[in-house]
Ligand binder design. Sequence first.
Ligand SMILES: Cc1cc2nc3c(=O)[nH]c(=O)nc-3n(C[C@H](O)[C@H](O)[C@H](O)COP(=O)(O)O)c2cc1C
Length: 431
Amino acid sequence: MSNPPSASPTDIARRGEAIEILPGVHWIGALDPALRAFDIILRTANGTTYNAYLVRGSHGVAVIDTVKAEFADEFFARLESVADYDEIEVIVLNHLEPDHTGALPELMRRAPQARLHISSRAPAMLKALLKPREEDPLEYRTADTGDEVSLGERTLRFLHTPFLHWPDTQCTYLVEDGVLFSGDVFGCHHCDSRMFNDRCADFRFAFDYYYAHIMRPFKTHVMDALKLIEPLALKIIAPTHGPILRDRPRRYLTRYRELSSASFAERIGNEDPTLVVFYMSSYGNTARMAEAVCAGAEEAGARVSLYDLEGGEIQPFVDLIETADALAFGSPTINGDAVKPIWDLLSSLAVVDLKGKLGAAFGSYGWTGEAVRMIEDRMRGLKMRVPVAGLRIKLIPTDEELEECREFGRALASAIVSGEKGRVIDFADLG
Ligand SMILES: Cc1cc2nc3c(=O)[nH]c(=O)nc-3n(C[C@H](O)[C@H](O)[C@H](O)COP(=O)(O)O)c2cc1C
């Protein structure tokens, strides 16, 4: 069934009908224009979409992804406008996040003959999601890069693109039509019922914002995925959130490459080991320690940057951290704790890949001195390595104690130079 030629996508989306992308390929997702915070952490000024797709071939119909549970009625209405349930042979889940699998149990009930196709990393997660009874085990097929499913004259080919942004992520390529169903990759939270990138409002900021919060921690995996995607003949990228990218889709690959490639250090051609030291200090004691730490690290060959957190915004420091080899945080102990700007910075690092970074903590204290240990614990919690034991100095540092600080800096720099970098847990272990 195709839509009447006179109806614009806006009308169609509002009316709750499927939108034709190509003959036999439809958007059957849902619009969520009222949403203002996605997954608690992401803000969106104009909601989001949950994009699901239907592909018709001569040997059956494939449904690619579903929608958040609350939007199941909308999804099923759109699906029913272009296909019957008994035609569905294939259900592809590009990743198993609830906003794309909410309608899955009901879809499986309505189309019991359909075979699930998930990535090779997804089975454990699928079981955790659907909690099948022992007497009624789940049936599914797993896919790796290059595996295909034929729908007759149309072929779905899978690309293994783990960690973008869930461990089980894959993309699905409709070979003959050059359509990439990319899951959350190249997606954004932008609800626009005009649906196609050449018709929608300008959503570039939403695209970059989504990347910064969702894909940025996985830059290495983004680059691996781009190596698989870039050689494809691409006419349309159909992500699971936001506009369908049919006008010059390669621009979005280029943007991902720009955002994921060369670190700042690489761009300026700096190959020295880099240490960034952040501190706060009320009476200048931790500040004196910080300067001595930097002097020692420099002597040992590190390129050092020193910043007083009292004088800066968090975001540029987050960017700086991403390209540093080692970080040191200096905080006095105030009321049994490290000071708030240090915590603010440390709590902003979830968007950064901290793989391979070293961490160290130091600070002046009066009587209990908890701050240093607390910062070290936090860094270990972020999977950083802490190769040099934290340094605490009671009140005003003496000359001998400042020499200790220099030695601390030298030890930290030597740890970078000797390559004592490395993460305790690799993301791959979590899959
Ligand atoms: C309001 C206040 C609370 C403090 N609380 C603690 C504390 O809980 N434990 C501790 O060891 N020192 C505490 N101190 C002492 C400071 O850590 C100490 O003066 C330190 O040398 C300050 O270093 P700075 O000059 O780098 O800020 C406190 C100091 C102030 C002013």
